[in-house]
Design a protein around this ligand. Structure first.
Ligand SMILES: O=CC(=O)O
Length: 362
């Protein structure tokens, strides 16, 4: 029997590529000098396609492959696959959910800390030798959320702090009994206690929420409808969510409805002390508006793993200290990518041996 033809859309993982090569007749689409000629010659032998977050299955390509049976995506996001066309043509679709959730959520928290504590600038400071000339500046009271500023300057807190300090000075209360005072002091932390708002409370959004809770961050979220099984605060609009958040995280799927879900109004609602974290997709955010908000100081900072036209990143961001820019690496660890690759292979094997798909979408 002829080997099954599989079309791989781009270079995504060398282990996956090797395994596909061993098990199938693998066609590497990105290496074809003339893709139209390639399709004319091989379309009839291609029964499966392997896409990723970068390259998937457009309606035109699906139409050009009359024998296509399955698209197995090396990604959780499905925005590069024309799902409607797949449904119409009876083409099955699978993705790689769950296995990357921890890595992506970890990275979202990493971005929050990196932006607020200027971790990248601190690293540059040490490497450049600047530390020998003086300490790094403090990361900064100016970025403290309004809630905590008003909390700490409130009449009751000030009275409590003054009374406690006098009591310590006069040795009326010992230092060891000052747990409450220390607890109050912790509210000063630049990240701990910040209000985290999440757009999309699916698997990844929830994993981010659980991690942020461990930093004492109150969590709220936006999605189309309120989630029944959570006590996190729900807002019915992204603007409302942004107005009530110090950190706004994009963690929803990219669809026509969520394209530019973070627009100028949302950025202005987040405001000059707010931080945007995007581990979703670039087109979730109106990028020119994001750049203007950051350049004009209307937004406090941003941690971005994804961009509208990857790998192009707006150069105006390169000089900004309050921005951390990553090359779409949220799930990019050896461990996770290996499990993702195994899921892609497992889905193909299941399909071609008429078994149930492991992670079916269509
Ligand atoms: O961006 C990564 C993915 O969708 O898996």
């Amino acid at each position: 029997m002829d080997a099954i033809g599989v079309l791989m859309m781009g270079p995504m993982n060398s282990y996956l590529e090797q395994e596909l090569d061993k098990r199938f007749k693998l066609f590497r689409y990105w290496t074809q000098p003339n893709q139209t000629e390639f399709l004319a010659q091989h379309a009839d032998s291609i029964r499966a396609m392997v896409g990723s977050s970068g390259a998937g299955a457009s309606a035109d390509l699906i139409d050009a492959l009359p024998k296509l049976e399955i698209v197995s995506s090396f990604s959780v996001g499905l925005d590069k696959i024309d799902l409607d066309r797949c449904k119409e043509k009876g083409v099955r679709v699978t993705n790689t959910p769950d296995v990357l959730t921890d890595d992506v959520a970890d990275l979202a928290i990493g971005l929050m800390l990196a932006v607020l504590r200027r971790i990248c600038q601190c690293d540059k400071y040490v490497r450049s030798g600047a530390w020998k000339l003086g300490d790094f500046r403090l990361t900064t009271k100016g970025e403290l959320g309004e809630t905590y500023v008003s909390f700490l300057s409130s009449y009751y807190v000030r009275t409590y702090l003054c009374t406690s300090l006098v009591a310590i000075h006069l040795r009326i209360i010992p230092y060891s009994s000052l747990e409450l005072l220390q607890a109050l002091g912790e509210r000063h932390a630049l990240f701990s206690g910040k209000r985290v708002g999440i757009i999309g409370l699916g698997r990844i959004g929830l994993a981010i929420a659980e991690r942020a809770e461990a930093f004492d961050c109150p969590i709220s979220y936006y999605r189309r409808s309120k989630k029944a099984d959570t006590n996190y605060t729900y807002y019915g609009s992204v603007v409302e969510l942004a107005s009530n958040s110090d950190i706004l995280v994009v963690a929803c799927a990219l669809t026509p409805e969520t394209t530019h879900i973070v627009n100028r109004e949302v950025l202005d609602a987040l405001g000059p002390k707010g931080v945007l974290i995007n581990i979703g997709r670039g087109p979730h955010v109106d990028e020119p508006e994001l750049v203007s908000a950051l350049v004009e100081g209307r937004l406090g900072g941003a941690g971005l793993d994804v961009f509208e036209k990857e790998p192009k990143v707006p150069e105006q961001l390169f000089g900004l200290e309050n921005v951390v820019l990553l090359p779409h690496v949220a799930s990019a660890t050896e461990e996770t990518r290996k499990v993702m690759a195994d899921l892609v292979l497992g889905n193909l094997e299941a399909h071609f041996s008429s078994k149930a798909l492991l992670t079916p979408v269509v």
